[in-house]
Design a protein around this ligand. Structure first.
Ligand code: AHR
Length: 494
């Protein structure tokens, strides 16, 4: 579409809340996410508390991360939690068969993770082992972490130093059951889910939030079978995984890419809109009251690993392209918050579209971190419906909408609008009409940079960071906003 982008926001028509859990993260035993990323051990010279890096905790608290998924991913269906509790010196080692075959010493286990979530102020989301575990093993994990009464497992927890239960609410019943979680068919998995979910219940005061292993991108049949075959009283969420990857056999460099590669990545990212809509339509058929949430518990950009790093560790740089993926995807989730009530960016530290990268004692915040920090104003705010008439970002014979947006009103009455211009070349002059609202002041922040490939490095960690934005003017409830190519802007109106 040509012409100037125009957005209409119904400032007085909000109905659904944007759950803060849409802004969740994911930490797997993969490469340097846990070991070296979050956890360095209490004898490290890197400042830490019980082995957890102080700098990482501070950065994630500033981000206001609402929940953290662990221990996988594919790793979760190989993980036996009992090996990771008790005195560290006596824990058996494990071989991480999914991610490089490295031997881990199990020094980061259940207590370490749950205590870390308390430090972060984040709710834990535990992914249970269904693929190679047993119903008993997962049931006992629930009992170990959540049971307040007297039982063998709660006694063992106390002996290991934790008196009170953690009251973990979010539980994944396996991961990618269609693939690394057991190569199951949906009908088979639906039955297995029913069995596991039955015995996981009864140990948790305040109820559980059980999340079924969901579809791979556009596998709509998977969602259909789960919604049809699992009784909804034992199902709080159905997962979905979608990565923005150019081509699984030729992903391309994370930081040295062409505009063609950028455009293709954005096409993949835009796919999230269609996926959320179609999976939601199937869910609506079986659950018109929208009781069951769509939980996008893995999303993000996936490229070739950085040259010279272990290819199994999935370590990649993070540029303004990733900022565009994050801004666009979070706008999609916000606008579909009636069904998408939880999501987890893959992954928090040193893996895939990370918000934090570390190297020894050094740490940096990526452009994706900054987008998530700017957007955290939407957490638990009332979503305001909007209509976007956008111009097109044209590349060769193909085009994509150049502008995406979402809006919300927070508990203090401030309205926040997040705008993304993915066009690699063109500035957008956007008019935003705020119907039914009364505003007298607008402020803003912007994340932009000279080149799409720009990123932060350990030598230059502040190259890409948010700045004050003053190219928005308000006149009688209409905003005129000028935003540069490949940039993210968040405006606050009072
Ligand atoms: O995030 C990396 C991997 O991607 C996860 O372990 C798996 O669930 C997915 O395929």
């Amino acid at each position: 579409m040509s012409g100037q982008p125009h957005i209409v926001i119904d400032a007085d028509l909000g109905r659904d809340t944007i759950s803060r859990h849409i802004y969740g993260h994911f930490s797997e035993h993969l490469g340097r996410c846990i070991y070296g990323g979050f956890y360095v051990g209490d004898t490290s010279r890197i400042p830490n508390r019980r082995g957890i890096r102080n700098d990482v905790v501070t950065a994630l608290k500033d981000l206001k991360i609402p929940n953290l998924r662990w221990p996988g991913g594919c790793f979760a269906d190989t993980y036996h939690w009992k090996d990771g509790v008790g005195p560290k010196a006596r824990r058996p080692t494990l071989v991480n068969t999914w991610w490089g075959g490295v031997t881990e010493d199990n020094s980061f286990g259940t207590h370490d993770f749950l205590d870390m979530c308390e430090l972060l102020g984040a709710e834990p989301y535990l992914a249970g082992n269904v693929g190679s575990g047993t119903v008993q093993e997962l049931t006992e994990w629930v009992q170990y972490v959540n049971f307040g009464g007297e039982s063998t497992m709660s006694k063992w927890r106390k002996e290991n130093g934790r008196d009170k239960p953690w009251k973990v609410r979010f539980w994944g019943v396996g991961n990618e059951a269609w693939g690394c979680g057991g190569n199951m068919k949906p009908e088979w998995y639906a039955n297995i889910y029913r069995q596991y979910a039955t015995f996981m219940t009864g140990w948790t005061a305040g109820g559980m939030y059980r999340i079924a292993s969901g579809a791979n991108s556009d596998d709509y049949h998977w969602t259909e079978v789960l919604m049809r075959d699992i009784p909804h009283h034992m199902l709080e969420g159905v997962a979905l995984h979608h990565y923005s990857v150019i081509n699984w056999s030729k992903k391309g460099s994370a930081a040295a890419f062409s505009e063609q590669e950028y455009f293709t990545t954005m096409q993949r990212a835009f796919r999230m809109e269609e996926l959320v809509r179609k999976h939601s339509t199937i869910m609506d058929k079986y659950d018109p009251a929208k009781k069951v949430a769509l939980v996008v518990d893995e999303w993000g950009g996936w490229y070739d690993t950085e040259p010279g790093t272990n290819p199994s560790f999935l370590y990649q740089q993070n540029t303004m392209r990733d900022a565009m993926i994050a801004g666009l995807t979070l706008n999609i989730f916000n606008n579909h918050c009636d069904r998408v009530r939880m999501a987890n960016l893959a992954q928090t530290v040193n893996v895939l579209q990370a918000v934090i990268l570390t190297e020894g004692e050094k740490m940096l915040l990526t452009p994706t971190y900054h987008v998530m920090e700017m957007y955290n104003v939407h957490q638990d705010a009332l979503m305001l419906p909007l209509h976007v008439r956008t111009s097109d970002y044209i590349f060769g014979n193909e085009h994509l909408p150049s502008v995406s947006a979402s809006a919300s009103r927070d508990k203090n009455g401030a309205t926040h609008i997040s705008l993304v211009n993915i066009d690699a070349q063109k500035t957008q002059e956007i008019s935003v009409e705020l119907r039914g609202g009364k505003y007298s002041d607008v402020t803003g922040r912007i994340l932009s940079s000279e080149r799409l490939q720009d990123h932060n490095t350990f030598d230059s960690p502040g190259k890409v960071k948010p700045a004050v934005f003053n190219k928005a003017t308000l006149k009688e409830n209409t905003l005129a906003v000028k935003i540069p190519p490949f940039s993210v802007v968040v405006l606050t109106l009072r």
